[in-house]
Ligand binder design. Sequence first.
Ligand SMILES: Cc1cc2nc3c(=O)[nH]c(=O)nc-3n(C[C@H](O)[C@H](O)[C@H](O)COP(=O)(O)OP(=O)(O)OC[C@H]3O[C@@H](n4cnc5c(N)ncnc54)[C@H](O)[C@@H]3O)c2cc1C
Length: 466
Amino acid sequence: MFVLLRRNGVLAATPKLCRISTRLLSSGTATDRSEHFDIIIGGGGLVGTTLAAALAKNATFATKRVLLLEGAPEFKGFNASGPYQNRVSAINKNSIELFKSIEVWPLIEAARFKSVKQMQVWESHSDALIHFQDNNFASDVACIIENDLILDAVYTRLKEATNVQVLNKARIESVRLPKDAQANTNTSELKLQDGRSFTCDLLIGADGANSIVRKEMGVDVFSLNYERMGLVATLDLSDDGGDNSVAFQRFLPNGPVALLPLSPKQSSLVWSTSVSHAKQLQALPPAEFVDALNEAFCRQYPRVELADKALQALNAFFGHTSAQNQLQYPPRVTGVQTGSRATFPLGFLHASSYVTSGAALVGDAAHRVHPLAGQGVNLGFSDVRYLVDTLATAAYAGFKLGDKQHLLKYERQCLTKNVPIMIGVHGLHTLYSTEFSPVVLLRSLGLQLTQNLPPIKNMFMRGAMG
Ligand SMILES: Cc1cc2nc3c(=O)[nH]c(=O)nc-3n(C[C@H](O)[C@H](O)[C@H](O)COP(=O)(O)OP(=O)(O)OC[C@H]3O[C@@H](n4cnc5c(N)ncnc54)[C@H](O)[C@@H]3O)c2cc1C
C-alpha cells in the first residue's frame, strides 16, 4: 500500500502557567510562560537517548541546556544476569564507535553481547547462498545487543550529565515551529499532554515512525506498508551449535527468517512473514512453534531448475564446489522462552526533508526500513553522529542551533548515506517477495556472484557497516 502524506498544522498557543516558568514565549500571548531549553529532544527511544548522551559528552554543549522528553514511564533498568530480552539489534562497527566515543561501550561490554563472526544468507528456491565473515572486512560482522541493555548503558551516562534533563511520562501533544522568514527571532514551542509547555532553539524529533514533530514540519513522507509482521522470540538451541557465532537468514516465500546469536545456547529470532502467518505462529503451542521454525530452515521449496543449473555453471567457472555443499544448517531450535514471542508491523518510510528552521529529525522519525539487513537503528545512530558534529560546528561559530542553513548540512550528509542503503534494503525485500522464476534466477545469480567476487562482497559489507 502506497501512502503519500503531507500535513501543515499550526497550533494556537494556549495560555498556560508552567510548573517551572522561566521566560515569556516570544511568539505566544503575553501570559504564556514556558521553560526554555537550547535543545529539546522529543522521544527517548534508542536514538533519542543516544543523541542526548552524545550532546552531553560534547564539550561544545557544556553550557547548553538540553531536555529529553519521553512519553513512556521511567525506564526500569536492565538485569544482565536475567533472561535474554526479545528485542535485540545487530549493531554495526560505526555504531559501536559512537558508543565508545560517549563511553557507553564499556558498560555494554561489561554486561553481555554476542559478536557475530559469520553470517549466512540463503535462498529457498535455489542453491544460492552467501557467507559474510570477519576476514572479508577484518573485524566482527556485527554485535547482537539487547535494546534494553543499550538504553540502560545510555541512561547511566545521562544520569551523570549536568546539562541534560530527562522527563518521563512527557508525551508531546502539539508543536509549533518558527516560520522560515522569522527563524532568527522565533523559537520552537511544544506542549505536553499534561499541559506543561516548553520552548527551545532547536527541537529534534526522535519520536519514531509516527513522529508528531515530523508532521508539524509539514514535510512530504513516502511510506509503504509491507503488510508483513516481524515475529521476535528468544530461542533455546541444541548443544551442537559450537560457540554459536554465526547469524543465519533464509529467504522464504513470505519473507526472511533470521537467527541472531545471543550466547552459545541461545539465539534471537526475527521472522518476517505475512500478518496472518505471524499471528498464527505467535499463537502456536511452544512445541509446535519450535517445529515450524526448524522446518522453516530446512524445508525444500519448489526449485527453479534453471537457477540451479546457472549456479552450477557459475560456481564451476569460479572453480568452486556447488553452493549447496557450502550450506551450513543453523543449530536446531529446542525451545522458545515463555512470553518472548511478540510481533511488530513492518514498513518503509522516508521523509523528503529531515530539517526545517528550528527542527530536525533523527532515527525512525526520518526513516524506517525492513529489518532484513539490520540497518534501522544503525542509520539512526549515524544521524546522531552527523547531527552532533553539525550542531557543534554551528555552536562554535556562534550560529543559532535552529539555523536551517546549518541544519541543511546535516540533512545532506544523512541523505547521501541513508538513501542508497534504504533503496538497497527495500530492493532486497521486493526482490525476495516473489517466486516468479526469472526473478528467482536473477536474484540467485546476483547472490552467488557476490559470494564469488570478494571485492563486491567487501563493498556490500563496508556499506552495511557504515
Ligand atoms: C523486529 C525488528 C527487528 C529490528 N532489528 C534491527 C537490527 O537488528 N538492527 C537495526 O539497526 N535495527 C533494527 N530494527 C529497527 C530498530 O528497532 C529501529 O530503527 C529503532 O528502534 C528506532 O529507534 P528510534 O529511537 O528512532 O525510534 P523508536 O524506537 O520508535 O522510539 C521513539 C520514542 O519516542 C517516544 N515517543 C513517540 N511519540 C512521542 C511523543 N508524542 N511524545 C514523547 N515521546 C514520544 C516513544 O515512546 C519512543 O520511546 C528492528 C526493527 C524491528 C521491528
